[in-house]
Unconditional design. Sequence first.
Length: 111
Amino acid sequence: MIPYTAAFFKGFYRGFMALTIDDVKRVAHLARIAVEEAEAKTALGQLTGIFGLIEQMQAVDVAGIEPMAHAQDIVLRLRDDVVTEHDQRELFQAIAPQVEAGLYLVPKVIE
């Protein structure tokens, strides 16, 4: 859980009444999604579960916890920054149709 997000949501869902089938159908209508009665009941159960999880997350005391960039404390191994390719610019420009001052010349396409 990200502490600064928890602080943002703290109290956001508190005081709201439980969702109803009518709420789910209204949101589906606003989103222009056709839902049948069975789908609306399934969505209601899933949304209620999500809101319950949010309430559980809000109950966790996160005071004094630093935000993290990743859930695990991982340090990536980095390779040495060395050149592995040889300069082949002259070879590539030798087969180009037109080159001037080390730049590739292309036909003008925008007037």
